[in-house]
Write a new protein. Structure first.
Length: 46
């Protein structure tokens, strides 16, 4: 499932979650993996 706008993007699947939000010139992105590997990542960029 994918929801996408100019400032917000979220993708949810059976195995992972990906979220990206753009506000005030900064971008926050995070990734979470539910498939048992325990992978995750978060990042804030200008």
């Amino acid at each position: 499932m994918l929801f996408k706008t100019a400032r917000f993007e979220i993708e949810i699947s059976r195995y992972d979650l990906y979220l990206r939000v753009r506000l005030f010139g900064r971008t926050f992105a995070t990734f979470r993996d539910w498939s048992g590997q325990g992978l995750s990542s978060s990042d804030v960029t200008k």
